[in-house]
Write a protein that binds this ligand. Structure first.
Ligand SMILES: *Cc1c(COP(=O)(O)O)cnc(C)c1O
Length: 405
C-alpha cells in the first residue's frame, strides 16, 4: 500500500466506503478525517520535505478519497481530479504524439469531443468503432492503438460490451485499456478485475451521489501507470480541490446503500414501463430482450439504475408527458439521490447532428431516466400522471392506462 493511511486492507465494498480514513487523525483522534484546506505545507527543516508540500501535487483529504476509490475498484491507487473530463484528459496524456486511441462510437459526448479535438489538432490518431461489432473491432485493433477506451453501459441506450474479452484482445495488440465506470460504480462493476488497466469516474455522478460536486477520478491497476498519470495531473493542474474531495468522501460513505436502493427502484420502474401501453420500447440491461443482457449478467453484479424508453408518440407527446411530472426533475446529469429525466435529443445529445442521432438510435420520443432513491410508489405515480397528460390518452381505456401501476 502506498501510504501510511491505508494500514488495513478491507475486502468489502460497504466497509471500505464507510471506513476510509476513519480515525486516521493521530493528533486529535477525530473520527471523521479532517479537511485540509491549506494550499501549502511547511518543510520539517532544511532539505527535509514532509509527505505533502503543495496541494496541487498532493493533499491529505484528496489522497484519502483516491485511495478509497482504488480500494473499491481493486486498483493500486487513485488520482482525484477536478471533473470527470479532467480525469479523461489526464489519462490521454499517457499517449505520445501520433499514438492511437480506439474508442466506442457511442461514448460520452464530452469524451467524444475531447478525443476528436485532439485528433483534429494532430496530437493523436483516433478510431471510433461500434465495439459490439467484432469485425470492426478486430480491424481497428490491427492499427495498433496505444489506448483502448471502453464505456459500458453506454449513454443513452445502455449498450453493453464485454470488458474481459475486449481487454484480452487489446492486450494481445499491446494496448492499455481504460474503462469509464461512471454508470455502474464499483458496487456493480469492477473493470480492473476483468482485465482493464485504468478505471475512470465522473465522481459527479454515483460516487458523490448528491449532485453538489463536479469531480473525477482515475484508478490504475499498476503503480507505474498510476505514477505516470499522477505526474501529468500535477503537471497540468487538473487535480481536485480538497473541499470537493471532503464532500465526495462523505457521499461515498453511503455508496452501497444508495446503489442498492437506486437499483431496486429502477427494477420496479422498468416493470411498470414495459407493461405500459404508451411505451414503445424500454432500454435496460436487466431485460432479457436487451442485446447486452447476457454480458451484463456475467460482468456486472447489478443492472444499474439508468433507464431509457421511447414514448408511443411524437415530440408533442414527450412534451405533454414531461409537463405532467411533478417529482422527476427535467435535468441532465445522473447518479444523484434525486430522480431525473432527460430528453437526449434536445439536451445531452443536442450537439450531435440529427443524422448522427438517428444512427445512434436517439429519436425525438426517447427519454432517459436516472432513477433516484425516493419512494418507488411516488415515482410510479408521477409517471402515471405524465402518461395521463398525453394528448392521445383520451382514446385509451382507463383500465389499460393504469394497468401497469
Ligand atoms: C458525466 C460523465 C463524464 C464527464 O464527467 P464530468 O464530471 O461532467 O466532467 C464522463 N463520462 C460519463 C459516462 C459521464 O456520465
Amino acid at each position: 500500500m502506498p501510504t501510511s493511511n491505508r494500514t488495513q486492507h478491507r475486502a468489502t465494498i460497504e466497509t471500505i466506503a464507510v471506513r476510509a480514513g476513519i480515525e486516521s487523525d493521530s493528533q486529535h483522534g477525530a473520527i471523521t478525517p479532517p479537511l485540509y484546506l491549506s494550499s501549502n505545507y511547511s518543510f520539517a527543516g532544511f532539505d527535509d520535505k514532509r509527505e505533502f508540500d503543495y496541494s496541487r501535487s498532493g493533499n491529505p483529504t484528496r489522497q484519502l478519497l483516491g485511495q478509497a476509490l482504488a480500494d473499491l475498484e481493486g486498483g493500486y491507487d487513485g488520482i482525484v481530479t477536478s471533473s470527470g473530463m479532467s480525469a479523461i484528459f489526464a489519462v490521454i496524456q499517457l499517449l505520445k504524439g501520433g499514438e492511437r486511441i480506439l474508442a466506442p462510437h457511442d461514448c460520452y459526448g464530452g469524451t467524444f469531443r475531447l478525443f476528436k479535438s485532439y485528433a483534429e489538432k494532430g496530437l493523436i490518431s483516433l478510431d471510433f468503432v461500434d465495439q459490439t461489432d467484432e469485425v470492426a473491432l478486430t480491424a481497428a485493433l490491427q492499427k495498433k492503438p496505444k489506448l483502448v477506451w471502453i464505456e459500458t453501459p453506454s449513454n443513452p441506450l445502455l449498450r453493453v460490451v464485454d470488458i474481459e474479452k475486449i481487454s484480452k484482445q487489446a492486450k494481445e495488440h499491446g494496448a492499455l485499456v481504460a474503462v469509464d465506470n461512471t454508470f455502474l460504480s464499483p458496487v456493480f462493476q469492477k473493470p480492473l478485475l476483468l482485465g482493464a488497466d485504468i478505471v475512470v469516474h465522473s465522481t459527479t455522478k454515483y460516487i458523490n451521489g448528491h449532485s453538489d460536486v463536479v469531480g473525477g477520478a482515475v484508478i490504475a491497476k499498476d503503480q507505474q501507470v498510476f505514477e505516470d498519470i499522477k505526474w501529468w495531473a500535477n503537471c497540468t493542474g487538473v487535480t481536485g480541490a480538497a473541499f470537493d474531495s471532503f464532500l465526495t468522501l462523505r457521499g461515498l460513505r453511503t455508496l452501497d446503500v444508495r446503489i442498492q436502493r437506486h437499483a431496486k427502484n429502477a427494477n420496479k420502474l422498468v416493470d411498470y414501463l414495459v407493461s405500459h401501453p404508451q411505451v414503445e420500447h424500454v432500454y435496460f440491461p436487466g431485460l432479457v430482450g436487451h442485446p447486452g443482457h447476457e454480458i451484463a449478467k456475467k460482468q456486472q453484479s447489478g443492472f444499474g439504475s439508468m433507464i431509457s424508453f421511447k414514448i408511443n408518440g411524437d415530440v408533442e407527446a414527450v412534451k405533454a408527458f414531461l409537463t405532467g411530472l411533478n417529482v422527476f426533475s427535467l435535468a441532465e446529469s445522473l447518479g444523484g439521490v434525486e430522480s431525473l429525466i432527460c430528453h437526449p435529443a434536445t439536451m445531452t445529445h443536442a450537439a450531435v447532428s440529427i443524422e448522427e442521432q438517428a444512427i445512434a438510435g436517439i429519436t425525438q420520443n426517447l427519454l432517459r431516466v436516472s432513477v433516484g432513491i425516493e419512494n418507488i410508489d411516488d415515482l410510479i405515480e408521477d409517471f402515471e400522471s405524465g402518461f395521463n397528460a398525453l394528448p392521445s390518452n383520451e382514446s385509451i381505456p382507463i383500465s389499460a392506462a393504469v394497468a401497469g401501476c
